[in-house]
Each structure stands twice: as C-alpha cells, then as structure tokens.
Ligand binder design. Structure first.
Ligand SMILES: NC(=O)c1ccc[n+]([C@@H]2O[C@H](COP(=O)([O-])OP(=O)(O)OC[C@H]3O[C@@H](n4cnc5c(N)ncnc54)[C@H](OP(=O)(O)O)[C@@H]3O)[C@@H](O)[C@H]2O)c1
Length: 215
C-alpha cells in the first residue's frame, strides 16, 4: 500500500498503539478525540507524520479510518465523525461490544444474531468495514513477538479489496491473517475477545494471542 492518510478515531491505548504503528509504516496519521489536547503528547512523541484533531477532523482526514473507541460509544463517536466522511473508505473496526457490571465477568452487549461490527456497517453503509485487531491486547498489536512465530489476526468484512488492504497492513505489522468471511463474522470474532480476556484473568498474564494451526 502506498503511503496513505490514516484517521484514527480513539485516544485510548488501542488508538495510540495503532496510530503509532501506522506512523511506523510511513503513513500520515491524524488521531482523533472529543478532546484532542489529550493526544498532543502522543503526537509530539510520534513525530512529524502524526497529528491530532476532533473525531470529525480525523474522519475527514483519513483515506483509511480506524475505529478505536469504547464499544458502547461507537455510534456516538461515528456520528461525531460525520457519517458522510466514511463513504467509500476502508474502515478498520477494532472495537468490542464489552459491557462491564460490578462484580460480574465481562460480557458483550450484542451477540449471536447481530454484532457491533454489523451495527457499524449498517450505520456507515457506504464504508467498507473490516473487523480486525479486536482479538488481541493492544500491547501485542504491532510486531507481536512470540516464541512460536507470528500469531494470526482474524478479520472479516464484506468488501474483498478492503480485506486485502487490511490483511496487507496486518502482515506489515507482523501478523498472519485469517479471513473468516463477511462482516457477520463479527458475531464470532467479538466473543473471541472474551476468550482472550478470560484467559488473561485466569493466568494473570496479558501476553497471549491466537494462532490457527493447519496441516
Ligand atoms: N484495550 C485493548 O487492549 C483492546 C484490545 C482489542 C480491542 N479493544 C477495543 O478497542 C476499543 C478501544 O479500546 P481502548 O482500551 O483503547 O479505549 P476505550 O477506553 O475503550 O475507548 C476510548 C475512546 O472511546 C471514546 N469514548 C468514550 N466514551 C465516549 C462517548 N460517550 N462518546 C464518544 N466517544 C467516547 C473516547 O473518546 P475521547 O477521546 O473523547 O475521550 C476514547 O477515544 C474498545 O472498543 C475496546 O473494546 C481494546
């Protein structure tokens, strides 16, 4: 992929890590927040290819957009970004529909017959949404180093060309790639984040990732 303009909607760990990863690949990145000031130190450290803005500015800026906001706030943040700014673009959806209740294990607020990935695709119907990066912790999203070799990034989406582009990005970031089909595959990838989280809670370790073995 030629050097591109990447708009990242999200100021948390995932937004910052992926934005830095794209800067590392030589792309120009605008990371967005309702409060861009909170990203300024990140942008200063990330270099001249990095800038900050509102969700709307990041969505307008990017040829490729990354969704890295709290799952329950995805619709709100996308609307702040401006629905029209998603038209025709590859949208990498790293969100998970996590719900947290005190004293209860983490759960999903949508599943089985629908998913956040599908809700997002319906919200921005002219965008090419690819669910990706939601099955691993942010610490291992870029250049994952494991003794057994590169782990696999699972992705899904309706547009084959968009998935090729996102798959290429994943490979540049050091991943194997497993395409499981259309965006409805989010119904299965989003629960995988809970497998990842529950394993982490049980082992008190957060450096694990999935790999699909073939023979
Ligand atoms: N943390 C991980 O390792 C990990 C791994 C895989 C997937 N994920 C998923 O990736 C996404 C980002 O995770 P994260 O841990 O980086 O951060 P997060 O705390 O889940 O999300 C932070 C972002 O959500 C935005 N946000 C929160 N409430 C909002 C609202 N009411 N309206 C609009 N925007 C709102 C924040 O906006 P402001 O910038 O304006 O504050 C911020 O940009 C989540 O969906 C998460 O489930 C996380």
């Amino acid at each position: 992929m030629q050097n591109a303009r990447i708009g990242v909607l999200g100021s948390g760990d995932v937004g910052r890590v992926l934005a830095a990863g794209f800067v590392g690949l030589g792309h120009e990145v605008k990371a967005g927040s309702r409060d861009p000031q909170k990203l300024q130190a990140w942008a200063d450290a990330a270099g001249t290819q990095a800038s900050t803005g509102t969700f709307e500015e990041a969505a307008r800026f990017g040829d490729i957009l990354v969704l890295a906001m709290l799952g329950s706030a995805a619709e709100s943040a996308i609307r702040l970004g401006g629905i029209d700014h998603f038209d025709g673009k590859v949208v990498i959806d790293a969100t998970n529909p996590l719900s947290f209740a005190p004293g209860k294990p983490p759960a999903l607020f949508v599943g089985h017959t629908d998913s956040l990935g599908e809700q997002i695709q319906r919200l921005v119907p002219k965008a090419k949404v690819v669910k990706c990066f939601n099955t691993v912790g942010n610490a291992n999203m870029i250049n994952p180093q494991f003794p057994g070799g590169p782990p696999d990034m699972f992705l899904c989406g309706n547009d084959e060309d968009a998935k090729k582009i996102v798959g290429q990005i994943c490979r540049h970031f050091g991943w194997g790639v497993i395409d499981i089909g259309g965006i409805e595959g989010s119904r299965h990838l989003e629960p995988m984040c809970l497998v990842w989280v529950l394993h982490g809670m049980k082992t008190s370790g957060w450096s694990h990732a999935f790999e699909m073995l073939h023979r």
